[in-house]
Design a protein around this ligand. Structure first.
Ligand code: SF4
Length: 398
């Protein structure tokens, strides 16, 4: 019997059994509906017995409840009949990942360590400004790349996150601010930066699916202009990302010579600086109104000379660009030190004089290891042999 036609159906989870719900989903666990497309939600509704002529309407309602209202229980979905709610609750879940820890910095930055169903963990960080803020979202557990200045880079790659696990990081942060229903005006969680653990362009399909959900105008409705995806330089995927998603692009550049960048950002051996910048020049939608951000971590005596600054200006000539100078944020065992303030100021001044905005990013959340390049969750570290290349002694002189 279709659940929509069930007489006397009520909303208690587990009630309203129907033909489709008599067998448990594989593994006995309920599947999460977070991260599914509308078409996939429609399939799940059909699977619990919603008649085909109502599936579209119900999928729209479900979407509204999950992403506009932030519902965590099917019971709360009062526009959906009790029979359908009960059938959904029997088979599916809207549960968030477990918050293993939540830390708050003295500067207001918050960091969540989130644990997924398989026990794997990632970190997400919320960086508040006065009346808005950015959530830094992870895309992988660990990272395949071993950027030598990055704490995540010392952690083995465990797996990609699926789209639901990426979206859920946003939902958890929203829950903690109680910012539901999704505001149409100013909001505290106003921006997303895909700059957490992992290389998002190595998990492109899941990242793209998650960002489309976040941008959907009937749900969270975050504008693509408020989303920035940061890559270490997966050149073949950069243009596609811009064409598909139209989000802002940030490049983890960090060096102006291939020999140094090969060491700091080892993917450079595969896609050297010239190829990376050529991909930036082709990035769809880049303009003076939508400039590409080049991230540049300031490492004492490694990449912070005035000659480096001048070379940087020459490299990015012709690209609508802004610089983001990041004072190095130390982590336990880090092989680098942060450039002194005078060196950063001199570097910024040269870039500024060339016509590029070059704000120095104020470190946020350093006291809770939530700042740029400091994220890490518990997993097996990489073998020491792979990290040994990061010794300052091996860094070419600046
Ligand atoms: S900087 Fe990004 S790509 Fe490089 S190791 Fe860290 S998380 Fe991975």
């Amino acid at each position: 019997m279709p659940v929509e036609a069930e007489p006397g159906a009520h909303s208690r989870p587990g009630a309203g059994r129907n033909a489709a719900s008599t067998s448990d989903p594989p593994g006995g666990d309920r599947e999460s509906l977070i991260g599914l497309t509308r078409a996939e939600l429609a399939e799940r509704l059909q699977a619990v017995g919603v008649p085909p002529d109502r599936v579209g309407m119900r999928a729209k309602q479900l979407w509204h409840w999950i992403y506009h209202r932030g519902a965590v229980e099917f019971d709360a979905m009062t526009t959906i009949g009790g029979g359908v709610r009960a059938a959904l609750a029997e088979r599916y879940t809207l549960a968030r990942p477990e918050t293993a820890t939540e830390q708050r910095s003295t500067d207001g930055t918050r960091k969540w360590l989130l644990r997924f169903a398989d026990g794997r963990e990632v970190e997400s960080v919320y960086i508040p400004e006065e009346d808005r803020g950015a959530l830094c979202i992870s895309s992988q557990v660990g990272c395949t790349l071993s950027c030598t200045f990055c704490h995540t880079g010392t952690q083995r790659m465990v797996r990609n996150l699926d789209a639901g696990e990426i979206v859920a990081q946003f939902l958890v942060a929203r829950d903690s601010y109680g910012e539901w229903p999704s505001p149409r005006g100013p909001r505290l969680l106003s921006n997303i930066v895909m700059m957490g653990m992992g290389e998002p362009l190595f998990n492109y399909d899941n990242v793209a699916k998650a960002l489309r959900i976040v941008m959907d105008p009937e749900g969270i409705a975050l504008s693509r202009r408020r989303i920035t995806l940061s890559t270490a330089g997966v050149v073949p995927m950069i243009e596609r990302c811009g064409a598909d998603l139209g989000v802002g692009l940030a490049i983890s550049l960090h060096a102006v010579r291939d020999d140094l960048r090969n060491e700091l950002v080892p993917i450079n051996r595969k896609y050297p600086i010239a190829e990376l910048l050529a991909a930036c020049r082709r990035y769809p939608g880049a303009s003076n109104a939508r400039r590409i951000t080049f991230e540049y971590v300031m490492l004492k005596g490694v990449n912070d000379s005035e000659a480096d600054a001048r070379a940087l200006v020459r490299l990015i000539a012709g690209i609508p660009a802004k610089l983001n100078l990041i004072p190095f944020n130390p982590w336990p065992g880090a092989p680098y030190a942060c450039s002194p303030p005078e060196a950063i100021e001199r570097f910024a001044a040269i870039v500024n004089r060339a016509g590029y905005a070059a704000p120095v990013r104020a470190p946020r959340g350093r006291d809770i290891l939530a700042a740029c390049g400091q994220l890490k969750s518990a997993s097996t570290p990489r073998p020491a042999r792979r990290r040994a290349t990061a010794s300052p002694a091996s860094a070419p002189a600046a």
